[in-house]
Design a binder for this molecule. Sequence first.
Ligand code: NAD
Length: 420
Amino acid sequence: MKAVIVGLGYVGLPLAQAAVRSGISIVGLDRSESVVDGLNSGVSHIGDLSDDEVKEMVSLGFHATRDSTVIGDADVVVICVPTPLNGAGEPDLNAVMAASRDIATHLHPDLTIVLESTTYPGTTEEVLQPIFEASGLAAGRDFFLAFSPERIDPGNKKFGISNTPKIVGGVNDVSTRKAADFYEHFVESVVLAKGTREAETAKLLENTYRHINIALVNELAQLCFAMGIDIWDVVALAKTKPFGFQSFSPSAGVGGHCIPIDPNYLAFKVRAELDKPFQFIELAEDINRGMPSYVAKRALKLLDRIGAGQSGTRRVTLLGVTYKPNISDRRESPADPLARALRAEGADVAFYDPFVDEWSVEGTSVPRYESLFEAISQSDLLVVVQAHTEFLENRDSIEGATRPVLDATGNFLGDNVERL
Ligand SMILES: NC(=O)c1ccc[n+]([C@@H]2O[C@H](COP(=O)([O-])OP(=O)(O)OC[C@H]3O[C@@H](n4cnc5c(N)ncnc54)[C@H](O)[C@@H]3O)[C@@H](O)[C@H]2O)c1
């Protein structure tokens, strides 16, 4: 079996790795010259894969290219390109459509095409299928078309591609079967959907569920603080219930390429097709988007309470500026709006993050401390935004700091610590 993976990012590259390790001949197609050149010389550009792992892929026959003619020789093509929001906050399918046009140019009988990019229900059949069928070939008969959502959780050591069940939904049964045949080479459990729309919507349900439950606990965190109730204790108590409750933690806000973006795809489709709002999503958006400024307000109050530093300084250091712990991905990180809100009130923002060397907010570089200890000794206030393992391992230094700490992660206790 020969497969082409289009888009070699956080989703496409681990997929290419799993597939090539299973013995499938894999070519990676990416429009970025630096990604292609880097991978071919054994250099990884994503945190989840090391250079050694890329070298191993290359030794197994993987190579990357910008030349879409490789599709002419493939049995399977999988699309893993970005699906961001445009300036108006609506789905931007430009990359998916550009990749589809490339595939259409080299479409041939018996090719199986799978879309993995997260998108709104209907995309596979309403947007992609017409692009491919313009060739004169019919989906489900001459070539096969399916949607299979990527459920990867970057940094998760327990669940990866092979042991996370893979949903597959085709435009007809034979398309579903063809796509499932591909994934069964390297995924333990392939789950067949009724069709493409069900597979597309299942992914959005999963992410919307997280988005809404995070918003619920974030709103409750604000209310609990105002009422003098410890939200972290509340969550810890509630999660002792062995059924009917799944725990979510308050935070400085949601980030990453999925949770802040994907629910908008669903809300967009509901509005476009039914002319009504998806109320849960809109409320969750409001609450989660408001968290960085809520944390900034709490930080500024703390700063005012202790008085500025000895020489009138207001140095606030953010510990952890990625969107979740122990990864280097900063996409949509709540640290950005948090830094903006703090700066707007005159704070001097700096950061320390073992995974991030450089960070700019609104075009202005944010000073970085070289170590946690330097950050602790040089700041007037520390805000723990992400609970990287290094911070947990140095708990004593944070909890014993002479500076106040605002902990948005609920991991630290101490006279100097105020938790969200
Ligand atoms: N990152 C995640 O954790 C995650 C999880 C589940 C689903 N997804 C979804 O998977 C999709 C891909 O996300 P990602 O995080 O891998 O993106 P990414 O930005 O890490 O990588 C995308 C790659 O596609 C390439 N590309 C863009 N347009 C292209 C084109 N027309 N032809 C060829 N290559 C092209 C880019 O150069 C880039 O290397 C998105 O729809 C995303 O929502 C992401």
